[in-house]
Write a protein that binds this ligand. Structure first.
Ligand SMILES: Nc1nc2c(ncn2[C@@H]2O[C@H](COP(=O)(O)OP(=O)(O)OP(=O)(O)O)[C@@H](O)[C@H]2O)c(=O)[nH]1
Ligand SMILES: [Mg+2]
Length: 197
């Protein structure tokens, strides 16, 4: 997709209001440090729009980014990082849960999985939960630059098998090389168009 503008809209912490706009939203979920914020930056051709870090737990709020003044990408806090203090951790799930359950603008969730390790138990429970809410999940394997082509094909097939889906449904992505960007945008746009009233 041709990006003409990408801007930070709002951070939402527990108790805050969501943006009042009605742009269609697509959220990005995955375990801490998997590469959610980097993936968003790559999608919108920007290095520093979403903050990234090699320290897990960087994104602790919902962050809304408006692209081409028409689509909102929402960076969700990562889950499953054991070293995050329990008190902080306990705030995360309700934040994600309330947003996914109640946000009318939300069209689907890009679930980001590390290509090298495959889905964690928390990824699997998220995917199952999204299914129970009838929210479309776009499964994306990131950090594909870390694997050889053969290993990547194998990993994709294995993840598809674990999730009982077609390997074609899984995007292969790298924030480092930009591989898979076009395909992921196509799938995101299809998701938004699909949901049009
Ligand atoms: N090699 C490689 N490294 C990546 C890729 N995507 C992200 N990284 C690195 O992984 C680390 C985490 O990236 P982030 O984008 O901050 O991850 P996140 O999922 O937003 O992390 P939290 O906000 O803490 O949950 C950073 O050091 C990135 O440079 C990728 O496609 N390839
Ligand atoms: Mg992040």
């Amino acid at each position: 997709m041709k990006i003409t503008s990408a801007e930070f809209l709002k951070s939402v912490y527990p108790g805050d209001d969501y943006p009042s706009d009605s742009y269609p939203e697509v959220a990005f979920a995955g375990r801490s440090n998997v590469g959610k914020s980097s993936l968003i930056n790559t999608l919108v051709n920007s290095r520093g729009l979403a903050r990234t870090s090699s320290t897990p737990g960087k994104t602790q709020s919902l962050n809304f980014f408006l692209v081409n003044r028409s689509i909102c990408l929402v960076d969700l806090p990562g889950y499953g990082y054991a070293k995050v203090p329990q008190q902080v951790h306990q705030r995360w799930s309700p934040l994600i849960e309330d947003y996914c359950r109640n946000r009318k603008n939300l069209r689907g969730v890009v679930v980001i999985i590390d290509a090298r390790t495959g889905p964690t138990p928390l990824d699997l429970s998220l995917i199952e939960w999204l299914r129970s809410l009838s929210l479309p999940a776009l499964i994306t394997m990131t950090k594909s630059d870390k694997l050889s082509k053969n290993k990547l094909v194998h990993a994709r097939r294995q993840i598809a098998e674990t999730l009982s889906i077609d390997p074609e449904e899984i995007c292969t992505f790298s924030a480092r090389t930009g591989a898979g960007k076009r395909e992921l945008w196509q799938k995101i746009r299809a998701l938004i168009d699909l949901a049009k009233p």
